[in-house]
Design a protein around this ligand. Structure first.
Ligand code: AMP
Length: 137
């Protein structure tokens, strides 16, 4: 498989070590249940177990990526497109997409200690269903 890191000069592979014991890896292996919203060959979307808004869905790639930058640099074109198309479908399903008359939403991707990332498997939070206030509380 050729990744973007191989194709784009200047983008180096990220020195990330993936921990196969993280909770989202366990969800992907079917060891822990989840409330699935959508699933494709490359992507899983499921409800956050501790929602911070009326709608709070997590989108994860099925591949072993730790953060947004890791996935963006090393994910295949197929994985990257599938991930983002799935995220768009989730926005539509939740009824939050402004282009379809929704009231809006926020995406968050925590990465590393300063962001307080809890789960070291890349995930995109999609939050909506109420006014979300300022960017950072
Ligand atoms: P982060 O701080 O960005 O790493 O967010 C991790 C998120 O994963 C939190 O919002 C948790 O509530 C959520 N989470 C943790 N365990 C589970 C689980 N088993 N099912 C669904 N969401 C989970």
């Amino acid at each position: 498989m050729i990744s973007a890191a191989d194709q784009v000069p200047g983008i180096m592979p990220m020195p990330y070590a993936y921990d196969d014991t993280n909770i989202f890896a366990r969800i992907l292996r079917g060891e822990i249940p989840n409330k699935t919203v959508l699933e494709t060959d490359h992507t899983l979307a499921f409800h956050d177990i501790r929602p911070h808004a009326p709608s709070h869905v997590l989108i994860i790639p099925k591949g072993r990526y730790v953060t947004f930058d890791h996935f963006a640099a090393e994910g295949s074109a197929e994985e990257l497109v599938d991930f983002h198309r799935t995220a768009a479908q989730v926005c539509a399903l939740l009824g939050v997409a402004p282009g379809a008359g929704g009231a809006g939403y926020r995406t968050i991707a925590n990465a590393g200690p300063d962001s307080n990332q809890e789960v070291p498997h890349y995930h995109l939070h999609i939050l909506g269903g109420r006014n979300l206030g300022p960017l950072l509380a």
